[in-house]
Design a protein around this ligand. Structure first.
Ligand code: SG4
Ligand code: ZN
Length: 258
């Protein structure tokens, strides 16, 4: 697998398949989810979240594609049609320009302002690169955001740190946070979509079981806009850091049973 290097127009997703084979594959992400073509699957029961309420100390890092937070504790997901337990490794976000549309997945053609990805790997793997060699080694939970009138105070600590990670490869320590504070309340997690896809950045590895939740997380316009302060490797504003939707190529998208 060739190494992706960032030279000419490195932020442009349409250049990726030239740099890395997998980005031209047949099971790529993100996708547009056409709800009337989804298949209801009764085995897609609510997921079991373990240790999502535990607080942890971590740092936020600008990796040139997104801002990312490592998860140093053992928080896991299981059930919900997953074949095994997966542990959370990191989370990061994709957004638009100045609070405009910027989610990766779309629902019936509708794009949201931002999307959260909590990346998990099968419990027994030691690192993501090993998990990515297993066609179902990685499970990513995707959550949409929607604009709300009032600010979501649970996001204050992360948003306040964005100004400290403007430059690519910079990082800043975060006050203690938990994963539950980032996602909708449990009763709003029962409706989701499930399909097999890929990482949305190079190497676009086709090793991801995707779960995309229907209910969005509220953030105010001011909070959404704050993400545009971050910068790409070339010092341009990190805006529209989402990959365009990819062809389904006959894949079935399932929806949860409740
Ligand atoms: C972002 O660039 C993350 O920061 C990456 O994390 C992540 O790669 C990449 O997106 C792709 O993930 O859920 N959008 S995605 O498909 O998780 C991986 C790191 O570089 C391997 C660690
Ligand atoms: Zn992502």
């Amino acid at each position: 697998q060739s190494q992706f290097t960032c030279e000419h127009q490195c932020n442009a997703p349409e250049k990726w398949n030239h740099a890395n084979q997998d980005c031209g594959g047949r099971s790529q992400s993100p996708i547009n989810i056409v709800t009337r073509k989804t298949l209801k699957d009764e085995t897609l029961t609510p997921l079991q979240f373990k240790n999502y309420q535990q607080t942890f100390r971590s740092s936020i890092k600008n990796n040139g594609h997104s801002v990312q937070v490592g998860i140093p504790i053992t928080s896991t997901i299981s059930g919900g049609g997953l074949l095994t337990t997966y542990k959370a490794v990191q989370f990061h976000l994709h957004w638009g320009k100045d609070g405009g549309l910027g989610s990766e997945h779309t629902i019936d053609g509708e794009q949201y302002p931002m999307e959260l990805h909590i990346v998990h790997m099968k419990n027994h793997y030691v690192d993501l690169s090993t998990a990515l060699r297993d066609p179902v080694g990685v499970a990513v939970l995707g959550f949409f955001y929607e604009e709300s009138k009032s600010a979501n105070r649970k996001y204050d600590s992360i948003i306040n740190m964005l100004q400290s990670v403007r430059a690519t490869n910079s990082n800043a320590s975060l006050p203690p946070i938990s994963l539950v504070q980032l996602i909708p309340p449990e009763q709003n997690l029962t409706s989701y979509y499930r399909y097999r896809g890929s990482l949305t950045t190079p190497g676009c590895t086709e090793a991801v079981v995707w779960t995309v939740f229907e209910n969005p997380i509220p953030l105010s316009m001011e909070q959404l806009r704050a993400f545009s302060k971050v910068q790409f490797r070339d010092s341009k504003s990190m805006v529209n850091n989402f990959r365009p939707i990819q062809p389904l190529n006959g894949r079935q998208v399932f929806r949860s049973g409740s």
